[in-house]
Structure formats: C-alpha cells, structure tokens
Design a protein around this ligand. Structure first.
Ligand SMILES: C[S@@+](CC[C@H](N)C(=O)[O-])C[C@H]1O[C@@H](n2cnc3c(N)ncnc32)[C@H](O)[C@@H]1O
Length: 321
C-alpha cells in the first residue's frame, strides 16, 4: 500500500496514525487537525450531552463556541457542530464496529493490509485489533470525517492512515491489499466502477467484505417516509435500484444528492464481482440490522479474488478452517 496521498499534506502522529487531505482544501478539516488533544478527548461527551439536551458548564460551551461548533449569538450548533455531532452519534451506534462480524466470518486480526472505502471517521478500521506491521488505511471524500478519525486514532494510539480521495481512484498500487472493507457505501457509488477499482488493488487470494442496503431497505424507507418530498426521493432511489438490478445501468458515478442512490441487488453484484475475478464465499445470515416484513434490510458478504493468497488460506475457500 502506498503511503496516503501524493505527499502534499501528510500529517502523522503518535502511534503511526496519518492523514492526507490531498487537495480537498477543506478548512474545517484543517482546523480539526489543529485542535488540542484535550479538546478532542472531551468532544464526544460534550456533543452527545448537547444533543441529549443536557446543560453544559459555561466554560465547555465557551470552548465549543471558540472552536466554531456553537453559534456565538444563539448558542445553537453551527453547521460544523451538527456535522460532527452526527458523526459522533453514528460512532456511538457501532458498538465495537464490525470486529465481531469479522470474527464470525473467520477473519483474524492479522489479516494483513486493510483498506476501507467510505470509512467516514474510521470506526470500523479503529475497531480492528492491533496487527503490528500491517497497514490499515481508510479513504473517504468527507475530509472532516477523516480529520476526526485521524484525531481519534491518535488519541487511541492506533496506526490508521486516512486519505481524502474517491473510491474510483484509490491511492494504492495494483494487487497490494489483503483485506478490503466497504460498508454501507456501495449504494452511493457507481457500483461497477467501484468494484472494478476495489478489485484492482486487491491481491490475488485477497478478501473483500461488503455490507450494503438491499431492496428491503428502500421499501422500509418508503413505508416510513414522512413528507411528500422524502417519499418522492425514496421512490426515485428505488427506481434507480430496480433499473440497475434489472439492466445493470446506473447514472454516472456521484453523490446521493446529485444522482440518487441505488440499492445493491445480490445477483447483479455477484455478476460484477465475477467479471472482476472475485467469487462470493460467504453471506452473513446472522446480520444485525433493521428488518422490514421480516426481511433484513442489509446484506453482508465476503468475496475472494481468484489466485493464490501469499498469506494464508482464506475463510470460505475449500480446506479453510
Ligand atoms: C453511509 S456512510 C458509511 C460510513 C461507514 N462506512 C459506515 O459503515 O458507517 C457512506 C460514506 O461513503 C462516503 N462516500 C460517498 N461517496 C464516496 C466516494 N465517491 N468515494 C469515497 N467515499 C465516498 C461518504 O462520505 C460517507 O462517509
């Protein structure tokens, strides 16, 4: 795995954590990188307390205001304060990330070099056990989430690397990654282009873990829509997913706002993976996720790239434990 990014703005800290914001020029992310360890250490509790409606001591509020997280006039969270609160709330839902799932799928801590696509603030990466000498790297287009993830990694003495880049142009050499993670992100991507880029960087015999929203997620979202506007956008997303599932066609690669999202259909994904030299080896039947009419709204699976692994036998392959 190449070090994060082009080398323009790499920062690194204790424990081997590093970040490269590449050419994102995100000023909020830059300032998060400059906040003190003490402030970062207290941030989760303070933002969660505010969201829960608790009163914070005046000096805590002053500090949040001085860091641009609360409006000076109204005392309400700024856009940055809201964005960081959302990230921290999502982190708090993860209960140890996917480590348990990985164990159940037979993935050991020493799986080798790990790359997560759409890692946000890196809770999944950071939940993996220590594997000295193996690189863990996460990429995302959200520079603020990455900056927060980097700061948490430093505080936790973790050696995760973060890079601000697109899933379609990973800063990794061909066939350099042992284990690739893409969790709840594929539906926002042009699936064929993203899978092609993932499998480019995966070593022969390497594993890819995919977790994604399926059609039941979209149906559940439609059933729970509260406004005409959200109903319309959810119906549009379902339409995009159905077109992709049936015809394999998607609008250009882009964000949810610009293009909508398309749920992932297992047969279509299997075909795409196969075209890129990967076979699904396991589907996680015990997935913990919301259900709709009894059906899991997400699917998670493990696929293996053809070829001999230079590390060890992959779970799910003949003869594996
Ligand atoms: C729903 S979040 C999932 C975050 C995390 N993986 C998880 O499991 O909770 C989707 C993430 O994908 C990222 N993302 C969207 N489009 C992307 C792209 N083209 N390249 C890289 N990341 C992208 C978003 O910024 C966001 O952090």
């Amino acid at each position: 795995m190449r070090p994060a990014g082009s080398g323009t703005g790499i920062r690194s800290g204790a424990g081997g954590a590093s970040i490269d914001l590449m050419d994102s020029r995100d000023r909020d992310a830059e300032s998060i990188l400059d906040w003190s360890d003490e402030f970062i250490g207290a941030l989760k509790d303070r933002l969660l307390a505010l969201r829960a409606g608790s009163e914070l001591p005046a000096e805590d509020r002053d500090e949040l205001t001085a860091h641009g997280l609360l409006e000076e006039s109204s005392g309400q969270p700024t856009a940055l304060g809201e964005a960081l609160t959302e990230l921290i709330i999502r982190e708090s839902w993860q209960e140890g990330g996917e480590r348990r799932t990985f164990r159940e799928l037979g993935i050991e801590d020493d799986v080798g070099s790990v790359l997560e696509i759409g890692c946000s603030s890196g809770w999944t990466l950071r939940s993996l056990g220590p594997a000295p000498g193996a690189r863990r790297m996460g990429v995302d287009i959200d520079a603020r989430a990455l900056a927060l993830g980097y700061r948490f990694s430093r505080l936790e003495n973790q050696d995760c690397g973060f890079a601000c880049c697109s899933a379609y142009a990973l800063p990794c050499d061909d066939e350099s990654i042992d284990f690739l993670i893409c969790r709840n992100t594929l539906t926002y991507l042009h699936q064929r282009s993203a899978v092609r880029e993932m499998t480019r960087v995966l070593k022969p015999g390497g594993l890819v873990f995919l977790r994604f929203e399926n059609v039941w997620y979209d149906l559940r979202q439609i059933a729970h829509a509260k406004t005409i506007r959200s109903l319309a956008s959810r119906l549009r997303d379902l339409g995009l997913g159905l077109i992709h599932a049936a015809a394999g066609w998607q609008l250009g690669a882009g964000s949810r706002v610009r293009w909508g999202r398309a749920f992932v259909a297992l047969p279509r994904l299997r075909k795409t993976l196969r075209a890129c030299g990967c076979e699904i080896t396991q589907i996680d039947e015990s997935l913990r996720c919301p259900r709709f009419w009894g059906f899991a709204t997400q699917t998670s699976l493990l696929a293996r790239k053809a070829g001999k692994s230079s590390r060890r036998q992959a779970p799910g392959s003949p003869g594996a434990r």
